[in-house]
Design a protein. Structure first.
Length: 129
């Protein structure tokens, strides 16, 4: 059973993602802050991390992603970044996720999430498609 760590401080979104992922037989752990997410990654080495951009600060998710990708033990864990940046600012991601000069992540989803899109992205990043 693949392990997915969700790092997000939005209780409602986290619970919705947890239900969706568990219905597809994923083992889901939750961290409600960037620091807790880094700690849980070190403790359990998940197969995939779903990471929100805006938590304690506007860009905390970017800091967490950079820290994980710099660490030899965790650099190969795929990161799916969640963002409401477009909704909140009108700006979108103009470069592709995975470009190390732009975002240190492997994919992204815009909030609000659609269940099928979440599953599709997770499966693609875990190599199931």
């Amino acid at each position: 059973m693949p392990k997915v760590l969700i790092i997000d401080d939005d209780v409602d979104i986290v619970e919705a993602m947890k239900v969706i992922l568990e219905s597809k037989n994923y083992d889901v752990a939750i961290a409600r802050s960037g620091e807790e997410g880094l700690k849980k990654t070190k403790e359990s080495k998940p197969d995939l991390i779903i990471l929100d951009v805006m938590m304690e600060s506007m860009d905390k998710g970017f800091d967490v992603a950079r820290n994980l990708k710099k660490d030899e033990r965790h650099k190969d864990i795929p990161i799916l970044m969640l963002t409401a940046i477009k909704e909140k600012t009108g700006l979108g991601f103009e470069k592709e996720a995975g470009d190390p000069d732009w975002l240190p992540v492997d994919g992204y989803c815009e909030k609000p999430l659609k269940p099928n899109e979440l599953i599709s992205k997770v499966e693609a990043l875990l190599g199931k498609k």
